[in-house]
Design a protein around this ligand. Structure first.
Ligand code: NAD
Length: 317
């Protein structure tokens, strides 16, 4: 049960990764300013969260079932909250999809949009009217740098996050009139099950329908670069949770929050050339011409910084 002075924070997708660490960090706030409702599809997956949350469970942390792909589940969860009152909604649940387009079934593509895009919309539609009526609230959406700049072989995942960015740009303006804030968190690579699932998936999949050249570029050129980038520049889920807590606590929260400053130049590249050619050719060159060189320089960077680069690559707000 939340106290009247505590903000009620509802987070989706808390059984692992970023959502789990956000729930733990906010529930363990020293000043106990938050009551966190950590939600997940299946409460059988609660153990990792409860172990990390320690004594907060039952005090500043409670659990609820929520599948962002189900209208009924979303409604039931929000109806189960006292007065349906949510101060901060964190839309974190998401799934990835990587690989040659030819080998991905349209059904798989739709399920990415169902979770990453319509899942957020379902949550917003359920919570936003009460926030508007109360003239207060904060909606946070975990997007990605891939919602700002597409990355080769991530066509569908990127598209789902781009869709989210467009949706948020529109809604943020209207919500301002109702004193409701909308913020996006835009991480680069983060070490979570997301990355592990991607690597496992790639090992298991055959990629039917894709020609041998494309499969070769995906497996032997893109994938090693991606692993290098994750290892060298990847942040931790705690980094993203810290950034999100700062956004919640800011007196004037920013709309966009890139969590990893090393990605700022990549985004700038896109806007530096209105024809779009600069970023398309830069990415092409980086992957197909500089791939092996990049592998060596990433290795050198890791060696020289002994891994401390990863810790320093956090600069929210
Ligand atoms: P993760 O796989 O550890 O966590 C995603 C969570 O969402 C899981 O707990 C999963 O069970 C949950 N989920 C999936 N479908 C759901 C549904 N229908 N209803 C409710 N929950 C559902 O991965 P993560 O890295 O912690 O991902 C969290 C968010 O961060 C995602 O939106 C992802 O797109 C975004 N993100 C991740 C990275 C990264 O590199 N890991 C980078 C940028 C953005």
């Amino acid at each position: 049960m939340s106290s009247p002075v505590q903000k009620v924070v509802l987070i989706t997708g808390c059984s692992s990764g970023i959502g789990l660490r956000m729930a733990v960090m906010l529930a363990n706030d020293e000043q106990k300013r938050y009551h966190v409702i950590a939600t997940m599809r299946d409460l059988k997956r609660k153990d990792k969260l409860l172990e990390a949350a320690g004594e907060a469970y039952g005090k500043t942390l409670s659990l609820a079932v929520l599948d962002v792909c189900s209208d009924d589940s979303v409604k039931q969860c929000i109806d189960g909250i006292k007065d349906r009152h949510v101060d901060v909604l964190i839309n974190n649940a998401g799934i990835g999809l990587v690989g040659p387009l030819e080998s991905i079934r349209v059904e798989e593509m739709k399920s990415v949009f169902e979770t990453n895009f319509f899942g957020v919309i379902r949550m917003v539609k359920e919570v936003m009217p009460d926030m508007k009526r109360r003239r207060g609230g904060h909606i946070i959406v975990v997007s990605s740098v891939m919602g700002l700049q597409g990355v080769v072989f991530n066509d569908i995942y990127s598209a789902s996050k781009f869709a989210m960015e467009g949706f948020c740009e529109c809604l943020a303006v209207q919500l301002l009139k109702f004193n409701v804030t909308l913020s996006m968190i835009e991480p680069g690579p983060v070490h979570t099950e997301f990355e592990a699932k991607m690597i496992q998936d790639v090992r298991e999949k055959e990629y039917p329908g894709a020609d041998p050249d494309t499969v070769h570029y995906f497996k032997n050129v893109y994938l090693p670069s991606s692993v290098d980038i994750f290892e060298t520049l990847g942040q931790t889920p705690d980094d993203i949770a810290r950034c999100t807590k700062k956004v919640i606590e800011a007196s004037n929260p920013r709309f966009r929050n890139l969590t990893n400053p090393r990605y700022t130049p990549i985004i700038a590249l896109k806007y530096a050339d209105e024809t779009g050619g600069l970023s398309v050719h830069a990415f092409y060159h980086m992957l197909f011409n500089l791939g092996p060189l990049m592998h060596i320089s990433m290795k050198a960077m890791r060696y020289m910084t002994c891994g401390c680069l990863r810790n320093r690559a956090v600069a929210p707000t």
